[in-house]
Design a protein around this ligand. Structure first.
Ligand SMILES: N[C@H](CCC[C@H](N)C(=O)O)C(=O)O
Length: 275
C-alpha cells in the first residue's frame, strides 16, 4: 500500500490515495495507531485519505493518531492541496469535501503558501459542542486538577478550548492539555490551545490536539485562537500565530464572518506500507 508523508509546520500526516489504490479492505481507524507510532510505525500526527467526492474535486478523510475521525484538519487540508498539486497535473485551486463542509485551498507555487477559506466559526455551545448554559463560552472558569483555566470554546468544524496565559512556556501542556481534552464539559473531547498575547496582531500558541497529543502546529486551532482573541477583546482580526513548527497567518473577516488561514505544506517522502 503506497503512501506519501507530508507536513504542515511540523504537523505531519501519512497520506493514502484511494483514487490510485484499492483501499476498500483497509480499516484505517484500526491501523492509525500503529502507522502513526514514531518507533513501531512510520510516525505521524494522523492520516489523510484521498477519496472520490460527488460534490467536489476530492473528498478528504482525516484520521487522528488514536484512530478517531475529526471533522476537519487545517494543516491537513494544506498538505492535501500540496499532494494534489504535485500528483494531479499541478492543479493549484481545488475543492475538497470534508465533514466540516467543502473547502477551497489555493496553492501559490511562487511562494509555497497555501491559503484556505476555513469557513465561519461556530460559537453556539451546543454546536461546538461544550456544556455551557450561556450564549457563547468566553473566558469561562473551568477547574481542572489543581488549577482553574478561563476557557473560550470555538468550533472550526472540530471543537476547541482556547486559553490565554501569561507565558505558554510555563504551562505543563501534557498534563493540563490531556486533562482538558477529556474534560466532561466537552462531550466529544476537544483540542486545547494555550495562547500568549504578544501584541494585538500576534500570539504564541502551544496546542494539545484531540486524538494526537501535543503537536508542533494546529491549523484549526490557530483559527479558533484568533477568533477567541477577537471575541475576548485581546486581538484585532488579522493575527500572526507563532507555533513551535512555524507561522500561520489567520484573518477573520468582519463582513462575511469567514476565517482564512495561510501557511506552507510539503511532501517529505514516499513509501510502501508492508501489512
Ligand atoms: N486533532 C484534531 C484534528 C486535526 C486538527 C489539526 N491537526 C489541524 O491542523 O487543524 C481533532 O481531533 O479535531
Amino acid at each position: 500500500m503506497n503512501f506519501v508523508k507530508l507536513e504542515g509546520l511540523g504537523n505531519d500526516f501519512i497520506l493514502f490515495d484511494a483514487l490510485k489504490d484499492d483501499l476498500s479492505a483497509i480499516n484505517f481507524h484500526e491501523l492509525a495507531p500503529k502507522l502513526c507510532n514514531r518507533h513501531f510505525g512510520i510516525g505521524a500526527d494522523g492520516l489523510l485519505i484521498v477519496r472520490k467526492s460527488e460534490k467536489a474535486d476530492f473528498y478528504m478523510q482525516v484520521i487522528n493518531a488514536d484512530g478517531s475521525e475529526p471533522q476537519m484538519c487545517g494543516n491537513g487540508i494544506r498538505c492535501f492541496a500540496r499532494y494534489v498539486y504535485e500528483n494531479y497535473a499541478k492543479k493549484s485551486v481545488i475543492s475538497v469535501e470534508t465533514l466540516a463542509g467543502i473547502m477551497l485551498p489555493v496553492l501559490d507555487p511562487k511562494n509555497n503558501i497555501i491559503e484556505v477559506d476555513m469557513g465561519e466559526p461556530i460559537l453556539e455551545p451546543a454546536r461546538v459542542p461544550v456544556k455551557f448554559s450561556g450564549e457563547k463560552m468566553l473566558n469561562a472558569p473551568v477547574p481542572v486538577l489543581d488549577q482553574t483555566f478561563a476557557i473560550t470554546a470555538v468550533s472550526m468544524g472540530n471543537p476547541h478550548g482556547v486559553i490565554f496565559v501569561a507565558d505558554v512556556s510555563a504551562v505543563n501542556v501534557p498534563v493540563y492539555g490531556a486533562a482538558l481534552e477529556t474534560h466532561e464539559i466537552f462531550p466529544e473531547k476537544a483540542n486545547i490551545e494555550f495562547c500568549q498575547i504578544l501584541s494585538r496582531g500576534e500570539i504564541k500558541m502551544r496546542v494539545w490536539e484531540r486524538g494526537a497529543g501535543e503537536t508542533l502546529a494546529c491549523g484549526t486551532g490557530a483559527c479558533a485562537a484568533a477568533v477567541a482573541g477577537v471575541l475576548t477583546g485581546r486581538l484585532d482580526r488579522d493575527v500572526t500565530v507563532q507555533l513551535a513548527g512555524g507561522i500561520l497567518k489567520i484573518s477573520w473577516d468582519a463582513d462575511d464572518n469567514r476565517v482564512s488561514m495561510s501557511g506552507p505544506a510539503f511532501q517529505v517522502f514516499k513509501g510502501e506500507v508492508v501489512l
